[in-house]
Design a protein around this ligand. Sequence first.
Ligand SMILES: Nc1ncnc2c1ncn2[C@@H]1O[C@H](COP(=O)(O)OP(=O)(O)OP(=O)(O)O)[C@@H](O)[C@H]1O
Length: 876
Amino acid sequence: MSQLYGGSRKKTGQNVKVVVRVRPMANEESNSNQIIVSCNPPQEIQAKDKKYTFDRVFSANSSQTDIYNYVIKPMVNDVLAGYNCTVFAYGQTGSGKTYTMTGGDPDAANNNFEYLIDERSGCIPRIATHIFEQLGLMNICGFSVKVSFLELYNEEVRDLLNNDISTSSLNLYIDLKGSVYIQHLNEVDVFNSKDIYELIRKGTLKRRTASTLLNNHSSRSHSVFTITVSTQEITATGLEVLKTGKINLVDLAGSENIAKSGAKDKRVQEMANINRSLLTLGRVITLLAENNKHIPYRESKLTRILQDSLGGNCKTCIIGTVCPALSSFEETLNTLEYASRARNIKNNPVLNKHEAKTQMIQDLTNEIEKLKKDLEAERSRHSGVYVAKDNWDQLNQELSMKSNILSHKNSAIANLTSRIEELETVREIKTKQHENMLQIFQKTKQRLKDQKVSMLKQEYALKYYLNTLEENHNTASDLVQKLTNDRNVLQNKLESQYHNQHANEKIIKHQSSAIGNTINSALMSVEAITNMWQDYQSDSKVMFESAITKLNNDTTDVIKNWTTAVQPKIHSQFEDLVQTIKSSTQHIQNNIGNLDQRGLVTTDSENASSSFEPISQFLDDLSNKKDLYSNADQSLDVMIARVQKSKENSKEHLRKLALCSDETRQHIIDQEAMLKFLEKIKGFVKDESKNTLQAVRVKECVTKVEKEHQLTKDKLNLISEICCKNEEMLIEKVYNEVQHNIEKDFHNYLTEETTLIRNSQSEALSSLLETNRTLTNRITANLSEIDNHFRTIEELRTGIEQELIPVKRTGDTPKQTFVNFPKKLTDVALPRTLLLQKFEEEHQEDLQNVSIDFSISEDLFDDFGTEEQSERLDNS
Ligand SMILES: Nc1ncnc2c1ncn2[C@@H]1O[C@H](COP(=O)(O)OP(=O)(O)OP(=O)(O)O)[C@@H](O)[C@H]1O
């Protein structure tokens, strides 16, 4: 039953990574040996019946790439991050340690072995390639890569990169931080992977080898190949960060026992030393695994060199190499035991990261100053300090080394100070230029701000106009689409019409000559009628002119006749009438005078009588001035006015006469009463003196009175009658009569004359009518002829219409639509000035807050480092 060694990890921190690699059987082994090691990947390995578990096991079939990818590749990132890492190969001679670490053939250093392309390349050349690849990808300001290569042979440290072969052993020291420091060890700056390959070759050549019985090319020394990588980067906050990481690639000497190796004399000493360091290493590992407080690092130089890597601040990996052959079983078992114990070692990796170079220098300077002061204090306190000679030498060595470092640092500081001064001068120049730049920058910024405002306005206007344009464009597109459709419809229609029209034109052309003839004859008829009308018009003119002339003559005769014959006749009639009125008035006057003589009229009667005087006067005047009224019209008007006046006067007289009449009536009443009295007397007389003379006289007297009374009565009645019919009888009657007579005369006269004129006119009209009738007959005849022509034309037209091809309806003609499409942009859009004004009003606050956001790169300032450039800047 196999036994399981190794076990689980218990402690905190980071465990040392342990892997085991089995090499293939060598030719000489395969004949007589049997394989006793088998792998159960990924973690188990079995040597005969013993099983071990590691972080990873690699069988004989595993490639160099497999080892590299698992063990080394992750460490490259750690190194670049600032960690110290160590990989060491441990195993018996010939188990493949050098093959794993360096790779290829042991003769590689002498031939053209190419690390870059050969699959046999080991971890060291591969890591060299990988580190430079990664550095190329990193975002860093700068880096440096240094390589050192040493061997530990017979407890002596030798520099494999030192050209002097006779160089004595290098001393080991521990620096202030407690790390091992190897005096005078070359650290060569390398700049690419090929530089490292070159150093591998160089170191390998120098490495001492001695043949043993077990391995012709067996290396009898331990070798340590160290790559140190420093990177410098600026963090996002502008801090300068320095990181330094290194990787130690350790190829240990073979771990076989002396007896088995067959070493003699000097070789025995070699083996003893080799084994002492390996034994110490074993003990250190065991004690570390057991978490012992005292670890004997100082017992061998190997453990002193690897102190950091074992339980220190490194990330460590151990590759145990084993032979699979039965003959190596014991060594294989030892290696596996050794490796298994190492799995329990815990390290505490520390990041080597410094924030600034200057800070580092300052720290070191402070530390030195402190130490100096401590030393002086110690010296002044005691007369002397007892120190063991070895320690004293070592202290002196360390002191001189530190002095050297200090002097180096001081010279570096001096250099830096002068450099700072130079830089200060440059900085001052640049500050001035920077100030100038800032002024220009401020002006430029202001200009840019103005430009930006202007641009914002332009952008606004542009957007606005673009929108307007787009709207117009859309409207136009719709219109174009609509118009295209309409145009197609109309075009179809037009084409159809064109065809029909073409056919119809043929028909019309054919018929047009017949219609032309007919129209010509109709036109001739119309011409004849026109001529006839012209003749008729000239004839009629002559006739009417002669008729009018005759009428004028006749009228002149009538007027002449009126003035000479009729008017005097009317005047005489009028005179008669006036005379009648006058005599009538006289008669009334006489009657009134009679009444007055008999005392029947009061004094008012006189007034009444005299009131007739104006009438008489007037009538006299009228009679006297009758010649003055030769002009009938005027005379009549004047006369009417005077008669009106007279009428008014008569009215007044009549009113007065009416007053007289009342008194006269009273007088009549009195006479009636007297008459009745007389009747009574008459009766009395009749009775008493019928036959007497007195009675006869009285009777005669009564009769006379009665007659007198009757006469008065009649006259009064006449007066009364005259008074009653005053208006009509006295004025209007007279006037109306005169007027009536005049009108009557004039009417008669006109009737006669008109009859004469009418007779003469009717003759002329009859002749005109006759001519007219003749003409009408002829015109009627012509019209009927024209009518016939038109009928013919109509018939022809109907014929054409029937023959004509009707225009077919080919769809609705598109309706006319009015689209308010602007011809110019300015018709629909705001003027630019108004638009910008609007924008300023709306975005007043935004425009005030316009900011220019840009920064000037420092490169620009670098460009203006010289005066010439500064001038260029000023000019610009
Ligand atoms: N994995 C491997 N594949 C092929 N060949 C190998 C492998 N490991 C070792 N060898 C070969 O075995 C031989 C011995 O290997 P190597 O010299 O590397 O052993 P070593 O452990 O370094 O010995 P020493 O302790 O004496 O230096 C070499 O010829 C080497 O090429």
